[in-house]
Structures are given as structure tokens and as C-alpha cells.
Design a binder for this molecule. Structure first.
Ligand code: ASP
Length: 339
């Protein structure tokens, strides 16, 4: 039996032991009846959602770690290390596309239900920036470390410096150098950060985000992904949101923080993601970035209700829960690439 089928089977078995816990559907129904109470009741069954196809193996690992009793942050870290360490994933960690100077520079962040967060940006030479971000959260008085300082901190924590530019990524970079045209191409090949959001078995939220950022970016460029409020945000009373796509557009609009704020006002994860994508569109429709603009959000609330929505077609996300196991879902979108 394949690992995936095994996983689904185990997930189904796992749910037997907690049959007294209400299903997501029942919790949602209860809240819908309660018109006076805008607060969401915590979901008690874990739900994990992650951006893009590489979210599937990441979810699987995170789920496994969570079921073993590891902490949500440890579970998120373990899951995100899968695409970070996979040289075939060209947009995250080892094997990620380099910047214009052939340097692989990485951004990542992680956040827990108490709003503790850790982040690294413009980090070079460390394969697992998500782990360094977690150490920033745990072992420093700060939220974000950047560049050489982040590397110095990583080394002091025992991380090992290594070359992250694979032969394949180097070949693509050399090909790009022939024309050296800087025009970001936002699509599944070179703009796919992994962002992961989780409601754990206690009904608490946590999340993480890790990326090598836009391919062929300027040296020193940092995107939305390590910025709490842009690439990732959560409020344990409300919900969590994370972004993928053109980081500049997400930073300009404080994207993920706004999605969470709209959920606080009572919007569903779907409506909240859609409204912020609409806002980004309105702010950018006459902007030079519009030609290649893509942004996508995923969001989850305390009920475990979740959604994904993107400006343009092609965005998908992985969902893992006890009822249906681990699977992909295509996100709704505003327009196709022809518009
Ligand atoms: N948001 C990331 C960035 O701008 C890229 C991506 O999501 O693929 O760096």
C-alpha cells in the first residue's frame, strides 16, 4: 500500500478513538445558528492546510509528528523541512532558484498560538531556514534576524553551512543570464512558497512559511514570506492566513493580517481571502506589476473551516484532516492568465 493510502487509512482509524468529539460540520452548524455570537468555537480535530503540491508531503509529515504527540511547532517544522530539503522543489530551500547573482537566499517564519514568532530573511547557506526561524522564536528576544546576522546565529545554534545551489538550478540561472531580463514570472514553477496553517487537537492555531523567493530577484531582496502580517499571520482567537505569489504586492497590502482581520469581523475564510485578493487587484490594476501579478491566500478559522483564493488561475493547496485524509484542492480565482 502506498504511503499516502496508508496515511489515509491510519487517519481514518485514528478518528475512532475520539468519536465523542464533534465533527467539523457539527461545530460549524452550531455557530451558524448562534447569530449573536460572532466568536468561533475551537475545532478539536486537527486540520492542516498548505500551499501548492509540495504541501501534500509536508502535510503528511506534519500530521505524523502531531499524532506522535510532538508540539504543533515541531510538527510544522518537520513538515516544512520536506520541501526545503528536496532539490526538485525549485522554489524552497535546497535547490531553490538563485537570485541574479547566482546566490540562493532564503526567507522563513513560524508563529504559535500565543503570537510568539520567529523569522529569518536573506539567509544563505542553511538548508532549513524554518528550523532557524523556530530557534529565533525560542532562543532570542527578537522576531526577525536577517542576512549575515541570521547566518551567524544559525551557526551558533549548531546549523551547518552548505552550498544550496544545485547543478540544475545553476544551469537555469546561467540560461537566464544569457538575456538577464528581469521580469518576474509568477506561476507554479518559480513562485511557490510553502505556507502551512494548522488547527491542532487543542483548537489552537499555528503556522509557518518558507521560500527561496522570486527567482532572479535582486540580491538582497526580501519578499513577504518572512514578514509576520504579510506572508503569515494568525490570531488564536480568530484564525490564520498565509500568502504565496508576488511578495511585493502582499507586503503593500499587509495581506495575511488583513485576511485574519476580516475573519474577526465575521467573514468566512473564503470571503476574507477573496476580499483581500480583490483589494490587491484594485490597488494594482494600473500598476506595472499587473502584467505578471499573481497572489494567493489560504486561510483557516478556529472551526477548521478553510479556503484558498487567488488572483489568477493555477493555485492549489493541500488539506489534511481526519475525515478525508490528505488531498489537493484547486483554489477559486478571480481571473485567468489571459486577462
Ligand atoms: N511570496 C514569495 C516571494 O515573493 C514567492 C512565492 O510565493 O512563491 O518571495
Amino acid at each position: 500500500m502506498s504511503d499516502r493510502r496508508n496515511f489515509i487509512k491510519k487517519a481514518a482509524l485514528g478518528s475512532i478513538g475520539i468519536s465523542t468529539i464533534m465533527s467539523c460540520g457539527e461545530v460549524v452548524e452550531k455557530n451558524q445558528d448562534d447569530n449573536l455570537d460572532n466568536s468561533v468555537k475551537p475545532n478539536k480535530k486537527p486540520v492542516i492546510i498548505s500551499t501548492w503540491n509540495h504541501g501534500l508531503p509536508a502535510n503528511e509529515e506534519t500530521w505524523k509528528q502531531l499524532k506522535k504527540g510532538n508540539s504543533p511547532l515541531d510538527a510544522i517544522e518537520s513538515g516544512m523541512k520536506i520541501p526545503e530539503g528536496d532539490p526538485k522543489v525549485r522554489s524552497v530551500g535546497y535547490g531553490g532558484f538563485p537570485d541574479r547573482e547566482g546566490k540562493v537566499t532564503l526567507d522563513a517564519c513560524i508563529m504559535d498560538h500565543n503570537s510568539n514568532c520567529g523569522s529569518v530573511s536573506f539567509l544563505q547557506g542553511i538548508k532549513h531556514p524554518i528550523s532557524v526561524a523556530k530557534k529565533v522564536l525560542q532562543n532570542t528576544p527578537h522576531v526577525m534576524l536577517s542576512g549575515k546576522g541570521a547566518l551567524q546565529f544559525a551557526l551558533s545554534e549548531g546549523f551547518v553551512e552548505e552550498n544550496l545551489l544545485t547543478a540544475e538550478a545553476e544551469k537555469d540561472w546561467k540560461k537566464w543570464l544569457e538575456e538577464s531580463k528581469y521580469k518576474p514570472v509568477i506561476n507554479m514553477e518559480n513562485h511557490d512558497t510553502i505556507s502551512m496553517l494548522m488547527v491542532d487537537g487543542e483548537g489552537n492555531l499555528s503556522g509557518g512559511c518558507t521560500t527561496s523567493g522570486a527567482a532572479w530577484k535582486m540580491h538582497g531582496r526580501v519578499g513577504d514570506s518572512p514578514i509576520i502580517g504579510a506572508g503569515l499571520f494568525l490570531d488564536n482567537e480568530v484564525g490564520a492566513a498565509a500568502a504565496t505569489g508576488l511578495g511585493e504586492a502582499v507586503i503593500r497590502t499587509a495581506g495575511s493580517a488583513m485576511v485574519v482581520e476580516l475573519m474577526r469581523q465575521g467573514k468566512s475564510p473564503y470571503d476574507a481571502c477573496k476580499e483581500i485578493v480583490e483589494r490587491i487587484y484594485n490597488k494594482h490594476k494600473n500598476h506595472k506589476d499587473m502584467e505578471y501579478l499573481q497572489v494567493g491566500f489560504i486561510a483557516i478559522n478556529k472551526n477548521g473551516e478553510h479556503a484558498g483564493y487567488s488572483l489568477r488561475s493555477g493555485f492549489n493547496y493541500a488539506i489534511c484532516d481526519e475525515e478525508k485524509g490528505n488531498r489537493m484542492e484547486d483554489a477559486q480565482f478571480k481571473m485567468s492568465w489571459d486577462n
